[in-house]
Design a binder for this molecule. Structure first.
Ligand code: GAP
Length: 475
């Protein structure tokens, strides 16, 4: 698979595909109604910027994370996994630059005291990073509170890290941070992993896990949360090879989304301007997705240079240099990072999977999820729930399928309705057990996308599902 868009073309020159079939409301409502994603702590009125994954959401999310792990760790012999702690020595975040620089520009309405992220205010979206740091920018642009039209304060930097206390004493000496990125866990373990796994450059460390940011203006469903997941990989390379590795990771990461069902017309690369680069980055290109609320970052690919290992070596006193036996050189490796979102990726796949069709005069909602991502791979449905032999055979079949794949049994409606329900949650195959099944030992397998049905011997169903899953994975 090749990448259709050239990362060197400025993003604004690429065509806008327009809004997707599913607007945000459609996805939020389907997510709640069908058990994908619920507002957190809803019975208490909710908590802003945290969402809970329901029974189907947790399956979808786990499948996305598994697919990422398969592509980034399992199928590569140069990347290994890690699961570092969320809490780290506070010095890590001083050295990484997060204590000093991990902040967004905040302005406050002098009348209603609502607070806003400056670059998200109407009329401020196009401001450069330099302008966002200008103390007179609010006045010069004539920006006002979007709710009260009140006067806004000059911008001040607001640090996004959550603080808590370690141990039983609440004093400054015990302050620790909830990690705002998984990456630092990989950097401080660079030597451990390299030596214990006897790795030579280039090699990578991959992590999936929770990160926390006290975002000023969270929102747009799971797009920007205060508690979220990341899927990050740090690739340690020779400095003179960093540019090449950076260029190679761009199409690989693009292709991963497309292979799992993202619409390439809704993806684009966008390079960060010099004054937009994070404090650690030499170069950064985002893979952006056209969400219902506009083009936004889905994943960041960064050339972090020797900033991280160099800073940690200086601050900790540990030698984090690598000795290259081939050239007999000692040097601090450069890092090429691929930083994806464990919530934004499933969100994107949900949006692109959603479609509405008309079938025999009725609306059919289908989540055309890639079979590898679908929460249930197969549903087993009895045609007549009043016939105990049919129910028994269907339940036996589900139990057997469930040893290998997520399989569900449902007899709570007529067959047409049961099919529609499975279509709406993305189940790729339905198996129906009917009266003939008791005589000929065969069942009907229905395909979600084509709605085609075929008769299959009961003992052949599992093989068929596993073969089709494998074929879908191979593309
Ligand atoms: N280690 C580099 C890093 O953290 P980032 O661009 O700040 O880079 C990487 O974050 C990815 O994490 C983003 O592309 C996005 O998918 C996800 N992400 C970041 N902040 C998020 C938030 N508040 N809510 C949901 N996902 C977020």
């Amino acid at each position: 698979m090749t990448t259709p868009l050239d990362p060197t073309v400025p993003a604004r020159e690429q065509p806008d595909p327009g809004p997707s079939v599913a607007n945000l409301e459609t996805i939020v409502s389907l997510s709640k109604r069908r058990g994908f994603i619920y507002p957190s702590s809803e019975i208490y009125g909710g908590i802003n910027a945290v969402w809970d994954y329901g029974p189907l959401g947790v399956e979808l999310k786990n499948n996305v994370k598994r697919a990422w792990w398969r592509a980034m760790v399992q199928e590569r012999d140069d990347i290994v996994g890690l699961d570092a702690g969320i809490l780290m020595a506070p010095q890590v975040w001083v050295t990484s630059g997060h204590v000093a620089s991990f902040s967004d520009p905040l302005v406050e309405c002098q009348t209603c005291h609502r607070r806003y992220r400056l670059d998200e205010l109407p009329g401020a979206e196009d401001l450069s990073q330099t302008e966002l740091r200008d103390p007179d920018i609010v006045e010069r642009r004539g920006l006002r509170c979007p709710v009260e039209a009140g006067q806004l304060s000059a911008p001040r930097r607001f640090n996004l890290m959550f603080k808590t206390y370690m141990g039983p004493v609440e004093e400054d000496a015990a302050v620790v941070y909830l990690r705002p990125e998984t990456a630092q866990g990989s950097y401080v373990n660079f030597k451990n992993v390299q030596q214990s796994m006897r790795r030579k450059l280039p090699f990578g460390i991959a992590q999936v896990g929770k990160s926390f940011r006290n975002e000023i203006s969270p929102g747009n469903f799971v797009f920007r949360m205060r508690e979220f997941e990341q899927m990050e990989m740090q690739f340690f390379v020779r400095p003179d090879e960093a540019a090449r590795h950076f260029d190679e990771w761009l199409p690989r990461r693009w292709d991963w989304y497309v292979a799992l069902g993202a619409n390439p017309a809704r993806l684009r690369f966008r390079e960060h301007a010099a004054d937009e680069l994070a404090h650690y980055a030499k170069k950064a290109i985002d893979i952006e997705y056209r969400f219902p609320f506009g083009w936004k970052e889905l994943e960041g690919i960064h050339n972090r240079g020797d900033f991280d290992l160099g800073s940690h070596a200086r601050a900790s006193g540990e030698n984090l240099e690598y000795f290259d036996p081939a050239t007999e050189e000692h040097f601090v490796p450069f890092i090429v990072e691929t930083a994806a979102g464990g919530d934004r990726a499933p969100f994107t796949f949900l949006i692109d999977a959603y479609r509405e069709e008309e079938v025999r005069g009725e609306k059919r909602v289908v989540l055309g999820l890639h079979p590898e991502l679908a929460p249930y791979k197969v549903a087993v449905l009895p045609l007549l729930k009043k016939r105990p032999e049919i129910v028994e055979l269907a339940k036996r079949l589900r139990a057997d399928l469930a040893k290998d794949v997520m399989a569900v049994y449902d007899d709570t409606a007529a067959i047409g309705k049961l099919y529609r329900r499975q279509d709406e949650i993305g189940t790729p195959w339905c198996v129906t057990v009917d009266v003939e099944s008791l005589e000929d030992g065969a069942v009907t397998v229905r395909d979600r996308n084509s709605m085609a049905q075929e008769r299959v011997p009961v003992e052949g169903v599992k093989r068929l599902i596993l073969d089709r899953l494998a074929a879908a994975r191979e593309g």
